[in-house]
Design a protein around this ligand. Structure first.
Ligand code: ADP
Ligand code: MG
Length: 156
């Protein structure tokens, strides 16, 4: 079920997350709004994915995406959070994030400690980097989806 819809292209505004302190861990995650996540195929599995991401009309970077349950909605709605593998100078809340989800890395897990969580995410990032260097995945970086028309922004 995780793979059936991939690659999956999606675009939406970056909203405030749950303040779980991802940034403090050095792994900020850009959250999509509830409407964007609702538009995902309903049977897309929770877990960690890799793909490409672009903010506004900026460069396309590698990313890891976590799809999980949204604690704000008593865990009945999904959330989607993208960590872009790039050092940005500033936050980009309110900007349009475009992503293509390409492959599945692992299912959601509970971790016994913060260290275990952070090291799992570091491993996810390394796996994403390796996968995205494969020619078949690299080619999606240049997809027209990432080239918005000049001066146009897309808001959901
Ligand atoms: P929140 O709970 O509001 O999502 P986070 O700690 O997860 O807070 O930080 C996410 C925010 O950090 C993003 O919305 C974005 O504006 C900013 N940010 C800066 N660098 C990155 C990055 N490399 N990947 C994702 N978001 C980033
Ligand atoms: Mg976040």
């Amino acid at each position: 079920a995780a793979m059936r819809h991939l690659p999956y292209f999606c675009r939406g505004e970056v909203v405030k997350g749950f303040g779980r302190g991802s940034k403090e861990l050095g792994i900020p995650t850009a959250n999509f709004s509830e409407q964007v996540v609702e538009s995902f195929p309903s049977d897309i599995s929770n877990g960690v994915y890799y793909g490409w991401a672009c903010v506004g009309n900026g460069d396309v970077h590698k990313m890891v995406l976590s799809i999980g349950w949204n604690p704000f909605y008593k865990n009945i709605k999904k959330s989607a959070e993208t960590h872009i593998i790039h050092a940005f100078k500033d936050d980009f809340y309110g900007e349009v994030l475009s992503i293509v989800i390409i492959g599945y890395i692992r299912s959601e897990k509970n971790f016994s400690s913060l260290e275990a969580l952070v090291s799992a995410i570091q491993e996810d990032i390394e796996e994403a980097k390796r996968q995205l260097d494969l020619p078949e995945h690299l080619k999606l970086k240049d997809d027209n989806f990432f080239r918005l028309p000049e001066g146009k922004t897309v808001k959901h």
